[in-house]
Ligand binder design. Structure first.
Ligand SMILES: *[C@@H]1O[C@H](CO)[C@@H](O)[C@H](O)[C@H]1NC(C)=O
Length: 411
């Protein structure tokens, strides 16, 4: 299996949509049934529906340089075959018990989610912002790191292990403290005290942590993270409860649109209101709305006759989903990337100006420096990737030195 294929499978595994399916009378009521059926089949490995759509979009949108955001999206998978992983299953079970399982309707638990986020931020080195996306069929953690350089593979592994370690600690804690007879009650309440803040000060990587670490689908590319979130929001992703069926895109179903509300709640609980994760979730919500808007995606009308319950022909469904990506999602992703790029450029201009101006020893020199900064500032605004900031500073410094020397020789 190539990593790419794995990524594709996982991208579609844990989706919000099972929640809405949950409301359907034709679907088994108990979530346990679905967990067990998910882990006892190998259907997730059996086909590649819509691979063309996903792959085209992921590979065609590469991250433009000049954006310094360092992000990761970790989505927990099911055990994909018969070798049932105990740490993975217990983490899913813990998720159901503490964050909710979507029985009836997914109950958002903002306090518990926020506390979990701060536990991650306190215990995972380098983590600056965090958003936990959790509902009946999904458990994902969106992270913003403090990196200045691209992290190494080893650094990325450590982060994933730290995340797994924090979670398994919660699983243990819950196993020890949970009152079994109250499980049904606590499952539907927002109870942050079900989480433990007393974590060991160092991450201990035992075999369970290693095992869980291998079961995250990790995306680090900004555009791929954006696309993934947008597709989840748009409802064009695979439904985990129906792994044997192609995705049913139902832009006219209010039940499927419930995802937008869940994302709004997720956004309201994000660790930083003004941060980049907030922007990402906002993007996903906008994309979800655009994907259901006939003015933006005229092709949607072709699905209208099928309403929210009848399945359109597969070819048509695929065709319309491609249009959704083209007309609704990709333009919004581009817009968001441009916005970030502009603000990153603004930051680098400020940094350059401050560094250069600090070289001056007099007002006269300051005026010269500002003149010298004029051209580089324009270039930085236009194409930051071609500008060598250190070289500019060195040049300014050199010019100042020679100026000072020639002045001294005049005296
Ligand atoms: C990021 O965080 C780690 C862990 O707290 C710290 O060691 C590192 O110096 C930080 N890096 C930057 C660039 O701030």
């Amino acid at each position: 299996m190539s990593t790419r294929y794995w990524r594709f499978c996982i991208l579609h595994l844990c989706l919000f949509h099972a929640c809405s399916l949950h409301l359907e009378s034709t679907i088994p009521k108990s979530l346990d049934e679905s967990w067990s059926s998910a882990s006892s089949t190998s259907l997730y490995l059996s086909r590649e529906p819509l691979a063309a759509v996903t792959d085209r979009s992921i590979t065609s949108s590469t991250t433009p340089s000049g954006i310094s955001q360092s992000l990761s999206l970790y989505s927990l998978q099911w055990t994909p075959d018969d070798r049932i992983s105990i740490p993975v299953r217990s983490t899913w079970r813990w998720k159901d018990a503490v964050l909710g399982d979507g029985r009836d309707f997914f109950v958002p638990k903002p306090k518990t989610i926020q506390k979990l986020q701060s536990i991650f931020m306190d215990n995972i080195p380098g983590l600056e912002e965090c958003s936990v996306l959790s509902n009946c069929a999904r458990f994902a953690v969106l992270c913003k790191w403090n990196d200045t350089d691209v992290p190494t593979v080893a650094e990325r592994d450590l982060r994933c292990e730290a995340l797994s370690f924090c979670l398994l600690h919660q699983v243990d804690y819950n196993d020890k403290t949970a009152k079994k007879h109250l499980a049904t009650l606590t499952q539907s309440l927002d109870l942050p005290k079900l989480l433990s803040t007393e974590l060991p000060s160092t991450v201990e990587v035992d075999s369970a942590v290693q095992e869980l670490s291998r079961h995250w689908d990790c995306i680090h590319d900004i555009s791929a993270i954006m696309l993934h979130l947008c597709k989840v929001s748009a409802g064009t992703s695979e439904r985990p409860r129906r792994p044997d069926r192609q995705v049913i895109f139902r832009p006219y179903s209010s039940r499927d649109a419930h995802i937008l509300l869940q994302l709004k709640r997720t956004k309201a609980a994000v660790s930083s209101r003004s941060g980049v994760l907030n922007d990402l979730l906002e993007l996903a919500i906008r994309a979800g709305k655009a994907a259901r808007n006939e003015m933006i995606v005229p092709a949607l009308k072709e699905l209208k006759p099928y309403g929210s319950s009848k399945d359109p022909p597969l070819d048509l469904s695929i065709e319309v989903q491609e249009k959704v990506i083209e007309d609704a999602i990709e333009p919004l992703i581009q817009e968001c990337l441009e916005k970030w790029k502009a603000s990153t450029n603004k930051d680098s201009i400020t940094t350059l100006r401050q560094a250069a101006e600090s070289l001056s020893t007099s007002d006269e020199e300051l005026a010269i420096i500002r003149k010298l900064l004029h051209q580089p500032t324009i270039e930085l605004r236009r194409s930051p990737e071609t500008v060598d900031v250190q070289q500019i500073l060195d040049d300014i410094d050199y010019k100042l030195q020679s100026l000072r020397k020639s002045k001294a020789s005049l005296i």
